[in-house]
Design a protein around this ligand. Structure first.
Ligand code: NAG
Ligand code: NAG
Ligand code: NAG
Ligand code: NAG
Length: 353
């Protein structure tokens, strides 16, 4: 993980990234004894889409392909963590965003999706995975999403955790689900509001998270930089109230532009810090960006499998791994070799320089 140390030295992120418990020696010696880098590797064709972390430190992750499964990774401090498939929702093909709604209860969105034909409007729903009475062996439907075209990223409204927001990547709608009542409405509608995007395969809003009173979202639509011609995509923010709703007349402001062909999900951290860690999807990279817009590539490269087709990331929740960024990926084909998706651990301790 040496390259990030150099990148972060250049960015002088020392102040914002100080990790109190971090030993003061080079990052390449850290982590390797703490965690295996690859938590689990799936066969070719498997697409791991999103991740949540339980309060006990176990990881939960969803698959879009080959089926709609929720997995749990436990024993993360062992050389080979235990991977358990908790359930597969058999009436749909794919699970996407996952978010915790109350202690050890998670909501996960899913529906029918295929890489060749896209998503099927009317098949999506929000499901509950409840760990309060042990490991769930099935998902309970919270609400159907009949008007959603491709609900993708998911997040919980911090002050009202019975409210879940879902980013619809085709309609650019933020759907809001009340997980107690099972009701669905719109928290925000951005432009373009386009059903024809489904045919073109262009994705808009993708990851969504509320931070400091704003709803932040990535926009996977890349455009050419007017000066360099290189593709770039942006993250936006819009003020929302305690119910997760954007003011009627408000429009989102562009907060960050990266040389990314389509940003996917992201997270803030580590801990209470406001650094954004962004999965670069087709870039095969993870970016980190400071509140003032400085950024660095912290893992991966266009021709590397390290975080190939990175889809989402989350920090660990225990003392042992609160500085470890867990990344889900969909894999891909590089130099004629195809790998499936995986869950990869990235020790960010070395960013303190
Ligand atoms: C879902 O896919 C996984 C990974 O390939 C496989 O192990 C599992 O048996 C599948 N489940 C069902 C119900 O098809
Ligand atoms: C969604 O996928 C499931 C599982 O493959 C299938 O049984 C179901 O018919 C599909 N629904 C629609 C509306 O295509
Ligand atoms: C996403 O980016 C595209 C290209 O810049 C832009 O046209 C679109 O309005 C953006 N969508 C949102 C919701 O900001
Ligand atoms: C692919 O080939 C390029 C150029 O030879 C090389 O730099 C890169 O490491 C290769 N990547 C993989 C995953 O084989």
């Amino acid at each position: 993980m040496l390259p990030f140390v150099i990148a972060f030295e250049l960015l002088n992120l020392a102040a914002s990234l100080t990790v109190p418990s971090a030993p003061n020696h080079p990052s390449r010696h850290l982590g390797s004894n703490i965690l295996p880098n690859v938590i689990t590797q799936f066969p070719a064709g498997a697409w791991v889409e999103n991740i949540a972390v339980r309060s006990n430190g176990n990881l939960l992750f969803t698959t879009i392909l080959p089926n709609a499964s929720l997995y749990e990774a436990s024993d993360l401090d062992c050389q080979s963590p235990t991977i358990t498939r908790l359930f597969t929702v058999d009436i749909i093909t794919s699970l996407a965003g996952i978010t915790e709604t109350s202690d050890d209860v998670f909501a996960v969105v899913g529906g029918n999706f295929s890489l060749t034909t896209g998503s099927v409007k009317g098949t999506f729903g929000l499901w509950r995975a409840d760990f309060t009475r042990g490991r769930p062996s099935h998902a309970e439907l919270i609400a159907s999403l009949p008007d959603a075209a491709l609900p993708n990223g998911a997040t919980t409204v911090p002050q009202n955790n019975h409210l879940v927001l879902l980013a619809d990547s085709i309609l650019n709608t933020v759907w809001r689900v009340d997980v107690k009542k099972g009701t669905v409405d719109k928290a925000a509608q951005f432009t373009p509001e386009s059903a024809s995007a489904a045919a073109s395969g262009i994705l808009g809003i993708n990851g969504v998270h509320i931070h400091d009173g704003y709803l932040w979202f990535t926009n996977s639509t890349a455009t050419a930089n007017p000066d360099t011609g290189d593709l770039e995509s942006s993250m936006y923010r819009i003020k929302v109230d305690k119910n997760g709703v954007a003011a009627h007349s408000a429009s989102p402001e562009k907060a960050l532009t990266l040389p990314s062909e389509g940003m996917d999900d992201f997270t803030f951290g580590p801990g209470e810090r406001s650094i954004k860690w962004i999965a670069g999807n087709v870039d095969n990279q993870i970016f980190a960006a400071t509140p003032n817009g400085k950024y660095a590539v912290v893992a991966g490269a266009s021709n590397s499998f390290e975080v190939a087709t990175a889809t989402a990331c989350k920090f660990g929740r225990t003392r042992r791994d609160s500085h470890v960024l867990y990344v889900t990926t969909a894999g891909g084909t590089i130099n004629g070799t195809t790998e499936g998706g995986k869950v990869q651990a990235i020790d960010t301790t070395g960013f303190r320089v």
